[in-house]
Write a protein that binds this ligand. Sequence first.
Ligand SMILES: CC(C)(COP(=O)(O)OP(=O)(O)OC[C@H]1O[C@@H](n2cnc3c(N)ncnc32)[C@H](O)[C@@H]1OP(=O)(O)O)[C@@H](O)C(=O)NCCC(=O)NCCS
Length: 181
Amino acid sequence: MTESSRPPTASVGTTSTGAQPFDKRRMSLLWAVQSHAADIARLHAQLFPSAWDEASVARLLAHPGSVALVAAQGNPSEVGGFALAQIAADEAEILTLGVTEGWRRQGVGQQLVGGIVRAAGRAGANALFLEVAASNAAARALYARAGFAEAGRRIGYYQRQGAAAEDAIVLKIDLPAAAAT
Ligand SMILES: CC(C)(COP(=O)(O)OP(=O)(O)OC[C@H]1O[C@@H](n2cnc3c(N)ncnc32)[C@H](O)[C@@H]1OP(=O)(O)O)[C@@H](O)C(=O)NCCC(=O)NCCS
């Protein structure tokens, strides 16, 4: 579901103006909590065609199987990246992940994915899945580098108004070994 075309089923007071230039040394990965819901929803709306509202993100964060991280810097903290995943039985799924444009190509996405891999592995999941649009070269490169492998394809999975439907590639990583690294 990571292209976020479907609505979700499922710290610290933050502000995010996008005003601070990205500084890798000041960036931290934090567990996402309810007070991050507004920032995550705002960033999500910037990055994906179908927005998840704050209430949907808050519901997702409150779900007992939720594993969620934000990348933040500064005080008050500015959120520039997020990753939301869910664990059900022994499988986990990344539901959505994104990094704001000014923070890209500096390892933030990689850190978010690595954090979710470790957290899901420690929570007992055996495998982590996600779906990515076939045309999303940046995300596919990121996940390939993190060790994900193609596990299937959902034909015409992403339906967008005014555009042709697009296939989703299902990616998978086996966790116990990956999470230990
Ligand atoms: C995909 C995304 C999360 C990557 O975030 P990022 O912080 O820029 O990623 P990183 O800097 O950690 O990149 C790690 C590696 O992924 C690959 N990668 C990332 N962006 C890439 C791009 N635009 N083109 C090619 N490879 C890319 C590279 O191998 C990169 O390593 P390198 O910079 O040393 O070459 C970001 O582009 C984004 O938010 N895109 C819009 C939302 C989205 O598509 N989310 C994923 C839905 S499945």
